[in-house]
Design a protein around this ligand. Sequence first.
Ligand SMILES: *Cc1c(COP(=O)(O)O)cnc(C)c1O
Length: 422
Amino acid sequence: MANSTQPRFLDYTTARTVADQFGTPVYVYDEATLKANAAAVLAFPNAFGLTARYAMKASPNAAILQIFRKAGLHIDASSGYEVRRAIAAGYDASQISLSTQELPEDFAELYEAGLEINACSLNQLERFGKACPGRSIGLRFNPGAGSGGNNRTNVGGPASSFGIWHEWIDQAQAIVAKFDLKVIRIHTHIGSGSDPSVWQKVAKMNFDLVRQFPDVTNLNLGGGYKVARMPNEVGTDLQVCGAPVAEAFRKFAEETGRQIHLEIEPGTFLLANACSVLSKVQDLVSTGDDGYEFLKLDTGMTEVLRPSIYGAQHPIFILQPEAATATQDYMIAGHCCESGDILTPAPGDPELLATRELPVTQIGDLCVIDGAGAYCSAMSTKHYNSYPEAAEVLLDTHQKPHLIRKRQEPTALWANEVAYEG
Ligand SMILES: *Cc1c(COP(=O)(O)O)cnc(C)c1O
């Protein structure tokens, strides 16, 4: 598997500075990329207005939330805790919408503060109706089809528990009537990918739902826009995918007189290529002529779990003061005592291994894992083997690094434990 030739935004000098100042492993976010991605999302084609939300579960650091808040993005939260976290970072509750697998105990209080809620199951709708009769709510549906890459990333269809199954519209209507609720938003998030024809299909399925709820003013198409991390992958052109969507909104307005406001809520698109993990090569191990040359990093599934669970591919670079010209095929392993802690699985298959061709590497060389902004810091086996949480650094638009999360003190790992004097 070939890499692109160099990291997206970390050159040797910047990487060396960050490593010396903050240590490794460290997440390095690029403010210029974050801002450019926010601008691209806010330019999404629309017919009657757009609210673009950041799906903050992708990477919830307050510094990132603040950059996006200033850029004009609102928030998609996936738990009550995320709602509190976004408010703590400066968001107003009214800029946040909650679509969650677990409705928090205090949802009514958050709703009164201005939070938008999308009921994601019939039971959630019933609970909302009981607590807030006569009020407005969104409904998240599972429209019966999804386009995720595999069964771990698919978020629509009968094998996905997210949202109210599309065949239960009558039951949803009955609960709405029982509590005199007003359904103002239809929400689906099935991972629309990078194919404009899928987008068109998704828009059509959603308008079929909007038709059945006359008070709906907003249609939220979710996130799931594919991003190219590796050079052979195809990313999403939002202008191309959005054009037929805007057209569908205009058609619907002509037909029904209803001008529907569009909401989108990407996470991956905003973050994936805006962060790299900077690490060090801390060991080299050979398993002989029929085996592999393993290159072991001071990071792994504790910072970047996606390869282990999805077979996800991340570009990986070795940075050296004088780049070696000779190359070698390496298997890249993380630092956990877990055979699944491999950063170079076969594409899409975490059970199989694949090597990467890299410059001949020495212990101590810097290693950059690109495409590590979405679902990496936010979703990892943090603390496994008692490795402390890594630091996070933001490169401002002048390439100056700012610490946005300290490396965890090792004692914090056991600080909540309570002694048992048995
Ligand atoms: C996770 C999630 C998103 C964002 O998905 P990405 O693939 O990161 O773009 C958007 N909406 C909902 C409801 C989600 O759960």
